[in-house]
Design a protein around this ligand. Sequence first.
Ligand code: G1P
Length: 175
Amino acid sequence: MVINLSGIADAILSGESLIGEQPFGVVLADDLCINPDGPGVLAQMAQLYKQFRCSIVAVMEVPEDQVHKYGVIAGQTISDDLIRVETMVEKPAREDAPSNLAIIGRYILTPDIFDLIRNTQPGKGGEIQITDALMAQAQRGCVLAYKFKGRRFDCGSIEGFIEATNYCYDKLYAR
Ligand code: G1P
């Protein structure tokens, strides 16, 4: 069987028949998120979902010279750790970034995202971007960005992978 996938959004779409009409979580495995003092990041977001019933993306502040690696959001502040998304840009140049709040690979998505993905044209890098589908969702209804509690490691980079390995060794095994 040949599966043609183009970007995260297309990968998410391939799960539609398994998910059906329910909200679901997406974990990008190269982002390792650890919250040693409480619930994991997706669990924190699932809790928020019960209150707001809309799609939620995890975000964290990154240095301005790093924004080009991420989807970047801006919007209306709801509370210290919650923003209603008004703008979302996939991997903007530093000068075009709406903020330094970067999307990290944890999402809660409502199932209307599938139709929005189907209507999303290839974007950055020629891929169908979940960031673009979420921007459409934010314009029609509501998408929240959540500044999660915990640490994130970029295991897609060698330094991040080594940092994560050392952190987990210290936290979990070397006690
Ligand atoms: C993906 C998303 C991006 C997000 C990032 C988090 O990019 O497209 O919006 O900020 O994951 O790690 P990728 O790292 O797959 O290029």
